[in-house]
Design a protein around this ligand. Sequence first.
Ligand code: ADP
Ligand code: MG
Length: 628
Amino acid sequence: MADTDQQATFSFQAEVKQLLHLMVHSLYSNKEIFLRELISNASDANDKLRFEAIANPELFEDQPELKITVTLDRDAQTLTVSDNGIGMTRDDVIEQLGTIAHSGTAEFLGRLSGEAKHDSQLIGQFGVGFYSAFIVAEEVEVSSRRAGLPETDGVRWSSKGEGEYSVEAITKAGRGTDVKLKLKSAETEFLEKYTVNALIHKYSDHIAFPVHLIDGEDSGDEQPVNRAKALWTRPRSEIEDEEYVEFYKHIAHDFADPLVWSHNRVEGKREYTSLLYIPSTPPFDLWNRESPKGVKLYVQRVFISDEATQFLPLYLRFVRGIVDSSDLSLNISRELLQQDPNVAAIKNALTKRMLDLLEKLAKDDAEKYAQFWAAFGTVLKEGIVEDPANREKIAGLLRFTSTFSKASEADRSLSDYIGEESHSGDKIYYLTAESPAAARNSPHLESLRDRGVEVLLMTERIDEWVMQHLTEYQGKSFRDVSRGELDLESDSKEASVQVEPSKDEKQLLKKIKRSLRDRIDTVRISDRLRESAACLVFKENEMGFQMRELLKQAGHEAPEDAPSLEINPDHPLIVRLESESDDETFDLLAKVVLEQATLIEGQPLDDPAAFVKNVNHLILGDSGEASA
Ligand code: ADP
Ligand code: MG
């Protein structure tokens, strides 16, 4: 690092180097998006200045009109995007342009495949941003001065995008930032006024600031190229779908098109406009419940906050968009925002609007809804717990894989379930399991399958937790098929007349309980089983395996109560057990039955080595003992 007061050279963070390289290669076929990204940053910078100037109007200096300028210089082969927004200090520049602050960077890089199409999509989800300039530039020079600082406190950052960048102090008269690209010799099309004009139209019509195009040979243009009107302030009927899509890409930093959107102006007691989008692919920080960033707040067109989390519940954190309110104060602080009754009312209305939008999508376009469900279904499920007022509505939006599903797709809704001629009576049967395979092959399903009863198969970590809060849907109650006694409706063909165990069976149950003692609660003859020998059953009000695991992972104590063992007296293994006269062998067999039932649940054994040894002994007889 050659450090003088004037100039210093730094290395990029290792991830930046890797990302730069990948970006240039995988985004080459979309190279013109660099202009969208740079104008988008300029617009953000102007937004930020306008916000800070609410409290500190001197920041406007003598230039209250915020704008963006694109300057072409054919002799120097440069294209420059300038703004008179907030600007950057030397520290800002090093921090913002030399590192990637995304928390998921390492994970992101790990998921790259080296295949251009796949990677460009991933990079798109990650956020292309400032570095896209290097797709077309051999060198990028950023000159900036933070609003409010003296002219001599300017800074210049420059890099060839190869691993290093340098930073020096400069004097800059105007506040804000100039991003100057020295174009590669193959990219001189971006010096053509006509081409650049068309791109600005395409990418910036929705931006609220005027974008001027200056061609070095003209005397400078008076008229802005774009409409310079915030998209959401225009009437819906005048806005093309492409404009909505472009605006989405600007605010969401997404490369992919959104699935659907909803644009509404509310007038009357409260006045606000919302434009909200459902993305098609999950963003990188979807699972970061701490810092959801989705909705931007504007008050009377002035950008206020990027993290307007107050306007939607956490389970809709995948929604992107803007809310522009006329009722809130420009000076409102984050804390006050939380208490403002206007905010609560807007939140309720927007939540309902989004749920309605999803309902409509499900009805109109099953394919898109399936895409939505695959991307965000797990997040939406949280709403069952989080939002009791909308529980029924959210439940209607859920999709499940069930024993009636085609392949293993989540293609069944609760209405499908209820509408189906199945023998479920007034119940909705479901099963939570460790994995889709464990669910499909679960012994708990055997008799239900015989009776033609549909069972929802739930295999996500949060399912058991969710189902504790979802007890009813349209008057039908949910019933976990792995808990308690399965009192199947008597209208089912094979009415479940609980046969009193015979004397021999009672004897057998007693013996098994004696062998297994505390490892099980009770042992009984099962009404569930057809092909399997045994299964584990918790009581209806007890926690299942999944919840216990969740609690343990969160550092809480999980209940230790043991499940009951249900056996199928017709199964050869149980017949064999019953005929065993040797006490020691009976013991071994009983343990093996219990441990098999545990494995079928997808649960680990406390002592797997003992299980293997016992099984070997039973297979090989006495000779197994010697070699075990
Ligand atoms: P993003 O816009 O998603 O934050 P970018 O890669 O586009 O990511 O930009 C990185 C950061 O660099 C921005 O968050 C901002 O802090 C800073 N930045 C980029 N361009 C400008 C600009 N014209 N004025 C002020 N800051 C800028
Ligand atoms: Mg950006």
